[in-house]
Design a protein. Sequence first.
Length: 234
Amino acid sequence: MELDKAVLMYRFHYGQKIQVPNVTWYIEGADKNILVDTAAEAGLAKEFRGIPAKEIMSFEDALASVGLKPGDVDIVIATHLQWDHSANTHKCKNARVLVQEAELRFAYAPHPILAPTYKKSLFRGLNFTVVKGYQEIAPGIELIPTPGHTPGNMSVAVNTEKGKAVITGFCCLKENFGPPENVSEEVKEITPVVAPGIHLNAVDGFESVLLVKGLADIVLPCHDPSFMTPQTIP
């Protein structure tokens, strides 16, 4: 998708256009086939939100690249239910969908500030398993509440051979995890990280970025351009 960079970095980089991907993650090595989010395709970005977008890879082709079909997915971890993270979940007919209670409640009656980011038809009828707060769902796979971007956003921590990798869930870039660029040293000193540009609560969003920064050995920001091409982490 083509976005203004400030959409992802609160109060910085207005007017700077960047290309960002919608990403779905497959956790390899678990006892079950687990996805984190299911992304969205270019057509929906253009039709639902009028965002310029181009297709990189279909959801089905992405799964096929790791030897799966949508029906093979056992669990989908929904970091949150905004359209660009959940558009393909309904294709996973056999999957349980893990979602935070606060997120599901909000998604069905979102505040007007964030209402245009939710498309209820994408998640009606899903087989939800509601969680509340922190939970380890399998050895080395943790659900970590990181509110702010949305009320029930959660990040997903996965232990890997190179340390703890954390999928942020909240929409951001790698640049959110350090001081902003092209500002004075004074601003850098008082701004150790940058909150997500889209949020219901900017303070909570800022604190969630700090939490992930401190927790993760490997940070996986959901819309970073570095993930424009498929890759394996770590």
